[in-house]
Design a protein around this ligand. Sequence first.
Ligand code: ADP
Length: 456
Amino acid sequence: MPDDAGLQALREAARLSPDNLPLRQHLAGQLLARGYLADAEAEFRAALVLSPKNPEIITGLAEAFVRQSAYGSALAALEPLLAEPGYPPRAGVLAARALAGEGDLGRAAYRYFEAISRDPALADPEFAARLNPPPAPPPVPQPPVPHGPALVTPQPGSPLAPQSNAEVQSSGLTFADVAGMEAVKEALRVKLLLPIQQPDLFAAFGKRAGGGVLLYGPPGAGKTHLARAAAGELGAAFVNVGLADILDMYIGSSERNLHATFDLARRNRPCVLFFDEVDALAARRSDMRQAHTRQLVNQFLAELDGVDQNANEGVLVLAATNAPWYVDAAFRRPGRLDQPVFVPPPDAAARAAILRILCRDKPLAEMDFDAVAKVTEHFVGADLKGVVDRAVEAKLQQSISAGRPIPLSTPDLLAAAQSVRPTAVREWMATARNYVMHANDSGAWDELMPWVKGKW
Ligand code: ADP
């Protein structure tokens, strides 16, 4: 690093040849390294005029901004760079710092872990610890949405009318329809089903039924399928709530819709109330800039807690997420979604079992599902369903041409497996590994440890 005199000489040289890009860039870098942040910023800006899309200059400028706590400017500078796939990992780390500076820890964590998964040398455990969700403060007491007549008398069909777009379904599936996952099924049986099936036993130990379970794991691994089967296993109604059912554009009416959905479940006890993609609803509240979103989360917590001891008796809340690290710690308090259950990607035996279930009502030749399981490493249930659907389609075409049904065979599945790419399990495991390794102080992700250590 040049001393002050050397730096002065560099400045002088740059003044004399203002269009010399490498020189200006070098000067800017040196100023940054020496901590002359405002000067570095000016130099990077000048360099950027000469080479507007230069990633090194953009990241240099962003660093100058971040170190001056000008987080918004840093994010604005980085934005075009981050829009490109494969952007420099250093840009991702700077974006993470800027987002964290703005209090947006959820998105900061996403950027940070994505970046260091590509360049581990950039890891900064101290910064990572800040991203680890701290225990959230207790929810601000929120006046519950009135159970009696609503404050504003809504016109039926008006956007303010509390309504649940969710439907009550009877599940039709049981655990017999869920292949593999023996440990997960057992965990659900104990946590959800036994208290209802054997209430006396539970009461004897001073336990109450109710509360919820957070199912988490890679997309397509079967969380929804499992929730539906849990309802069937219990002989309970099934209410499946997508976020679209709840988050609507009318501020204030989302809370009412949410309340109406819980009430729908309460009127249909025993009922499994299933929330998919709960991370979007339950994203850490610090991430939520808009007061009404925060209010919706508080309403959700209030509904989970229930107005009294018996409010949610016989209502089992299952929530699913692919991104458990974004779920507010307040959701995991006792009596809420306090029991995280990992829904893993299937191993070979489970893949064979899933294929067997998916094919069971089709005309079949003699099948070797183990052979198909062998060539579908990293496939989850949804991918396997894709394989079977594709093979069936091809067979249907052949049957139409032949004028008679031709049964599905092992080579059909093997051929279909060649043309289906497994979805995001690898990426999911990479992200999970980052959380387990770098943000697991509270031990929240211990269950994932053996999984992320495997080969993916
Ligand atoms: P997720 O909710 O985790 O994204 P889904 O439950 O929607 O995944 O799974 C997609 C499909 O894959 C299901 O509809 C089901 O047909 C199939 N599937 C997934 N896991 C299993 C399993 N263990 N046994 C049988 N079918 C499964």
